[in-house]
Design a protein around this ligand. Structure first.
Ligand code: NAP
Length: 246
């Protein structure tokens, strides 16, 4: 279904990004597995894709670094000659109440979660415009829609991602490029593993389906948005959250 397509997935060494990389590769796409620090884990994702008969490469790049993103995308172009799918998934949390949040923690989350998506998209769109086709999928969060105490930096970054998604979608729609966001709720990854049992229990009580989601369930939504079947969908936010936001 995605044979011959080249996909770049940021933050694909772990969690949701890893699941997205595996899913797109299982559908036939060649996947560039981006990571920041986890080289071994990225290598494992590449090996898992290859063991399944797919094709992948790994690429270190801190997405908050504009010039590094330019180099990464140039490297992908040099290697494969095109980019069909970009999944802006890399993200971090640095939680704390507003009154106690340092400027550094605010800036770091915005730089990686929001500016990171701008950095990659800016260089990828240039190529997709030439191709007159492309799929961009940005990882937002329910928190970007609802807000969440203790996450002003993260919520702002994810609300920003939704705005970035819609504005980009409008700019590039006439050239056959779709841009959508996915807003996961609580998904079982390293990011949510650090939450205390008390916070996890309180979180589950807010989820109509009564459980955390799996990375594979977010990956399925990304695969749909990357597929031919989603060709008439752009500027949307697809919630994968067990019903948290209705
Ligand atoms: P995770 O398990 O903590 O994995 C984060 C991934 O992002 C890792 O692959 C990490 O790479 C990468 N990354 C972090 N900083 C980076 C940087 N500066 N440059 C490039 N890559 C970087 O997180 P996750 O739970 O899978 O979350 C993935 C995305 O979904 C994030 O955008 C997150 O905000 C969003 N999300 C998650 C949930 C959830 O409940 N888990 C809910 C809503 C939204 P390294 O391993 O190399 O550091």
């Amino acid at each position: 279904m995605l044979e011959g397509k080249i996909a770049v997935v940021t933050g694909a060494s772990r969690g949701i990004g890893k699941a997205v990389a595996l899913k797109l590769a299982s559908m036939g796409a060649t996947v560039v597995v981006n990571y920041n620090g986890s080289k071994e884990k990225a290598e494992e994702v590449k090996q898992e894709i290859e063991a399944g008969g797919g094709t992948a490469s790994i690429c270190q790049c801190n997405v908050s670094d504009h010039e590094a993103c330019k180099s990464m995308i140039q490297d992908v172009m040099d290697a494969y000659g095109r980019i069909d799918i970009l999944v802006n998934n890399a993200g971090i949390t640095r939680d704390g109440l507003l009154m106690k949040m340092s400027e550094e923690d605010f800036d770091r989350v915005i730089d990686i979660n929001l500016k990171g998506a701008f950095n990659t998209t800016r260089f990828v769109v240039r190529q997709m415009l030439r191709q007159k086709s492309g799929r961009i999928i940005n990882m937002a969060s329910v928190v970007g829609v609802t807000g969440n105490a203790g996450q002003v930096n993260y919520a702002a970054s994810k609300a920003g991602i939704i705005g970035l998604t819609k504005a980009t979608a409008r700019e590039v729609a006439s050239r056959g490029i779709t841009v959508n966001a996915i807003a996961p709720g609580f998904i079982e990854t390293d990011m949510t593993d650090v939450l205390s049992d008390k916070v996890k229990e309180a979180s589950v009580s807010q989820i109509p389906l009564g459980r955390f989601g799996k990375p594979e369930q977010v990956a399925a939504a990304a695969a749909f948005l990357a597929s031919e079947d989603a060709g008439y969908i752009t500027g949307q936010v697809l919630h994968v959250d067990g019903g948290m936001v209705m």
